[in-house]
Design a protein around this ligand. Sequence first.
Ligand code: GDP
Ligand code: GDP
Length: 447
Amino acid sequence: MSDRGDSLPVVAILGRPNVGKSSLFNRLVGRRLAIVDDTPGVTRDRKEAETQLGGRDILLVDTAGLEEAAPESLFGRMRASSEAALEQADVAIFVVDARSGITASDRAFANWLRRARRPVILVANKAEGRGGAANAMEAYELGLGDPIAVSAEHNEGIAGLMDAIVEHLPEVDAPSETEEEEDEKLLRLAILGRPNAGKSTLLNTLLGEERMITGPEPGLTRDAVAAKWQDEQGPIRIVDTAGMRKRARINAKLEGLSVASSINALREAEVVILVLDALLGLEEQDIRIARLAEREGRAMVIALNKWDAIEDRAAARSRVADTLETSLNQLRGLEVVTISAATGAGVDKLLPAVRRTHERWNRRVGTGALNRWFGNMLERHQLPLVEGRRLKLRYITMPKARPPTLTIFGTRAEQLPQEYQRYLLNGFREEFDMPGVPIRLQLRGTE
Ligand code: GDP
Ligand code: GDP
């Protein structure tokens, strides 16, 4: 239904001022991951974020603050400002305040919404604690169906609301998330990088067809579809090509946004291909994306693109290697594949590197082998004194992979200094061949 050249379903949050729209927006997006776009002129006075609900990508739009712009009555202002938002919305979330009760503006607004021929989800916010649900009942009178009682501030009822939103989203033709989830061998891949690095060109080359339109203008990436294909080793899905499109819509503030919208792809992906423009090297923005990937526990491969345009290849290569060494030590040993997405040169080496990295990221190490190695590490370097007492580490386990996660148990283990942690992590990477993979270390103190 949205009129953007963008197939993300749009969910708009509407309601009179102060009912908690912004709070709800933040809650639905997840504060930590909120991608708030306030690019002037493009989304003036409006906050938007791509987020994922129940495996579906959506664009969530917050209309809070819009009503300040126009004169007229409160309802008039709300209506004018909400009209545009509603126009683009596939689903409207109409928020009322359960504590203050239903007001005349709420009623007028509800009447208008009922005629708008859009699915409307009625939300009674501020319904926390005892009595909250009872207050929320009052919203029945609006004739918009069962109100969903939530508390944006106290994080109550949010999961139920998310389910309701997902239920109302338009159907998709693409293979459903559950089918893919069942597909155990499926590798979920994200192609990230700053605008103009060559992501769409690479995707085209990988897919072997002109699936996306690329051009010299930064971010010119249209007509993307969720791409899934098969190589000899199994199915691969590129996640969040939508994020690539989102960037195309907004030309201002591209730099920041491309980092921000990477977050969505990251959450969905197992492995990230970070595409670099070899002419520019590894810059701050790339490092930020790489750090995000690491923080989200994703494996990563670097594609050093536009290799055809590089004259001094040795210099270009070592410049990237140096920056990796100094700025991305957490992903030590990361595979760097030089490619020319445009000519296809080197692209055949990329997927094998992705597969290797994926395999490492998935790999589990048995407790026996792990503790033999651990014992050697402890012997080689005495544990430091902490507050005058020597730490005692007893054993190590690997409770999970994806990303590899290690748990160390011992007396005051949680006080293990950073330096020693790094020594162990680097040793682990080397011994069990896990370069380029983020590794989690948990420390459990025992009595
Ligand atoms: P907006 O104007 O509709 O965007 O509303 P805001 O999100 O700015 O919230 C307005 C006020 O309501 C703020 O003071 C929030 O802290 C408060 N608020 C938001 N959600 C809740 C809630 O679930 N419970 C309570 N008690 N207060 C809330
Ligand atoms: P995106 O914004 O990351 O999706 O980048 P595009 O794929 O749209 O590419 C941006 C520009 O870089 C376009 O003009 C491409 O033709 C160019 N480009 C992409 N890959 C290569 C390459 O391997 N070599 C050279 N010389 N140019 C490339």
